[in-house]
Design a protein around this ligand. Structure first.
Ligand code: AMP
Length: 139
């Protein structure tokens, strides 16, 4: 299917709508999920126009997973998480709601269940506080 440049992550990449950024380079962006399933829930997206993993170039895929590893390490340290769950959905049938490929980085703690996917909006100041902790861990 043709890439829909009107999707919300494309708008974030173009700076048309705000996001709480954690990291940005020429290939990719990491920012806080506004409806987090866990405190510190972070998204990593490529700047390449790709809806799913199948649409991404091999170079884009390589950079995306390397950056996801780097950000996940900082999320784990900054959030003092005991573990990290990575999630990545391809297609509506698989649970993808935004048609621009992204990795979810979810900090985990023993006994703390994930909140509902697409649940409530988080307070912006709280998201900024988590982003600051993750950025500090990135160095
Ligand atoms: P998925 O269902 O894997 O496509 O996940 C899309 C994710 O994007 C969900 O976890 C949403 O909470 C999140 N989301 C939607 N709109 C925004 C936004 N404007 N800024 C940050 N995260 C968003």
């Amino acid at each position: 299917m043709a890439y829909d440049s009107g999707n919300i992550f494309a708008k974030i990449l173009r700076g048309e709508i705000p996001s709480v950024k954690v990291y940005e380079d020429e290939h990719a962006l990491a920012f806080m999920d506004v409806m987090p399933q866990a405190d510190g829930h972070t998204l990593v997206i490529p700047k390449e126009n790709a809806e799913t993993i199948f649409d991404l170039s091999p170079e884009g895929a390589a950079h995306l997973i390397q950056l996801t590893q780097k950000i996940a390490r900082a999320v784990k340290a900054g959030m003092a998480a005991e573990g990290i769950t990575l999630m990545q959905f391809n297609g509506a049938a698989a649970g993808q709601t935004v048609p621009h490929i992204h990795f979810h980085i979810l900090p985990r703690w023993e006994g703390v269940a994930l909140r509902r996917h697409g649940g409530g909006m988080e307070n912006a100041d709280k998201l900024k506080g988590f982003a600051d902790r993750i950025q500090a861990a990135l160095g």
